[in-house]
Design a protein around this ligand. Structure first.
Ligand code: SF4
Ligand code: SF4
Length: 101
């Protein structure tokens, strides 16, 4: 298959939020957005949203500020890896659960 056609197929893939299923309790790392570093929050403009674009589970909102639906987030860390402002930190899930209690 020619590379061009392959790209077209990829662009037709439109996952819906939560299509990957409820994460349950197996996530090991949790993404936390540092709003002081997040570009749309800092500028007040609907820009960047690289985290929204790259999240394979489609669970990041394209809003100011962007939010992450942890019910479906798998903790893969792609958003943190791709964020141009280094605004997303992957933290230990178990530690966060203890903090919430
Ligand atoms: S990729 Fe980083 S800077 Fe861009 S919207 Fe997401 S958290 Fe903010
Ligand atoms: S850790 Fe993975 S699944 Fe969770 S918001 Fe980031 S890219 Fe999406």
């Amino acid at each position: 298959m020619a590379p061009r056609e392959y790209c077209k197929m990829i662009s037709r893939s439109k996952p819906g939020p939560g299509d990957g299923g409820n994460t349950g309790s197996w996530r090991v790392l949790r993404p936390i957005i540092d709003l002081e570093k997040c570009i749309p929050v800092k500028t007040g403009k609907k820009s960047c949203f690289t985290c929204w674009l790259y999240c394979p589970d489609c669970v990041v909102t394209k809003t100011i500020p962007p939010t992450i639906d942890l019910t479906y987030c798998k903790g893969c860390g792609i958003c943190a890896e791709e964020c141009p402002a280094d605004a997303i930190e992957m933290v230990d899930e178990a530690t966060e659960i203890v903090k919430e209690k």
